[in-house]
Design a protein around this ligand. Structure first.
Ligand SMILES: C[S@@+](CC[C@H](N)C(=O)[O-])C[C@H]1O[C@@H](n2cnc3c(N)ncnc32)[C@H](O)[C@@H]1O
Length: 366
């Protein structure tokens, strides 16, 4: 899909996101990485009056594109006689979800989506320095107004050991030590300012026979630097932890990742929320009473279809995991006996009820 603002990003696995998150008309939906609002629009169309969508991004240009897209979606709904849901766009890092959502009136979330990584416009804009455009500055900050050091600053200031660790941890680069050594030698001659400065050093560091295998030789180095510049894994961990705390009982969280480091982090975090029992392994029945906070809705991670991978090669490595916030027994029992938040309830009563259920369960998370 090409957006009218010139912000062209094709959202990945949209059908699976809509199917597994499946928001109801009056739900509160948070898109923690709104980008060009491709996923947001798909989810927004599933909402109705009483529904509320919050879109978050740390990139101002993404928010401008999202605003235009969501306004178009709302106008289309009005034109076809429907009352569109409300929406709100917030600039910020999803690691600060608690602070960002504290100002949102409803106080709980029914659905939350993270679509991690960089968007196509970020990758394609050579001024951002995310890929190997000749002469592109080594910047890589997703929030160009933020205080984080640029890739060039990290390359200039880190020790050889720090660079090697960064390349190993964020890029799983097997030539990490050699590349780090070559960077340190090269920067003693002249600072590394542009992507081609760095590509040249990486090519020199990797033996010729290895360079020919497995895509661009600097791919892992660029990935590792981008992850370090934006502290992507730290932000993801914090964002996930906050998100689980905001989910109302029965709420759903979906996370799309694009490389194994992120997917591993999501898998481990979900598993920790699923299995919180701290009883000794030899105890025959659970005595700690720490029930599961999340239950998986996808079996493992969903992958893109062959057709989608062919149509959008950037989607190839995407993986989607979705989990559901469990409903504590006391709340489930109340729903079963009283009919829960069934159709007879007025919208504001349902909202108040979900808010109160969320308040009862939030303390379980922390
Ligand atoms: C893959 S794109 C999302 C595309 C979006 N789902 C769509 O349909 O257009 C990722 C977006 O997340 C943003 N982003 C990445 N990490 C972030 C973070 N820690 N906090 C806020 N936004 C972040 C990026 O700026 C980018 O716009």
């Amino acid at each position: 899909m090409t957006l009218t603002t010139g912000y062209a990003h094709t959202p990945v696995m949209t059908a699976q996101v809509s199917e597994y998150l499946a928001p109801e008309a009056d739900h509160v939906v948070v898109d923690a990485t709104v980008g060009g609002a491709g996923h947001s629009c798909a989810l927004y169309r599933q909402l109705g009056p009483g529904g509320f969508l919050v879109g978050i991004d740390q990139d101002e240009s993404a928010l401008a594109a999202a605003e235009q897209r969501l306004a178009e979606c709302a106008a289309q709904q009005k034109a076809s006689g429907q009352t569109p849901a409300a929406y709100l766009l917030l600039k910020g890092n999803f690691r600060d979800l608690d602070r960002l959502l504290a100002g949102v009136p409803l106080g709980y979330v029914d659905r939350i989506l993270f679509d991690i990584g960089v968007s196509s416009p970020q990758l394609d804009d050579e001024r951002r320095g995310f890929s190997y455009h000749p002469g592109a500055p080594l910047d890589m900050r997703m929030d160009p107004d933020g205080a984080a050091p640029t890739a060039a600053e990290i390359l200039a200031a880190s020790t050889e050991a720090e660079l090697a660790a960064l390349l190993r941890n964020g890029g799983e680069e097997r030539w990490a030590s050699r590349i780090a050594h070559f960077i340190v030698c090269a920067r003693a001659q002249h600072p590394l300012h542009t992507s081609d400065d760095l590509v040249e050093v990486v090519k020199a560091a990797i033996p010729a026979r290895e360079r020919r295998a497995g895509g661009h030789p600097a791919r892992r180095t660029f990935q590792a630097l981008r992850i370090a510049v934006n502290d992507e894994l730290g932000a993801l961990q914090q964002g996930l932890d906050c998100a689980v705390g905001w989910l109302a009982p029965g709420g759903r969280i979906g996370v799309i990742t694009f490389h194994s480091l992120e997917d591993r982090l999501v898998k481990t975090s979900f598993a920790a929320w699923e299995d919180r029992c701290i009883c000794p392994p030899d105890l025959p029945v659970c005595a700690c009473g720490r029930g599961a906070i999340l239950a998986p809705l996808t079996r493992g991670a969903l992958r893109v279809s062959t057709a989608e991978a062919q149509a959008n090669p950037r989607a190839r490595s995407a993986r989607l995991r979705v989990a559901r916030r469990s409903v504590p027994e006391a709340i489930q029992h109340k729903k079963n006996t009283e009919g829960g938040t069934g159709t007879g309830h007025h919208l504001s009563e349902k909202t108040e009820e979900r808010k109160s259920e969320h308040e009862q369960t939030r303390k379980e998370v922390f």
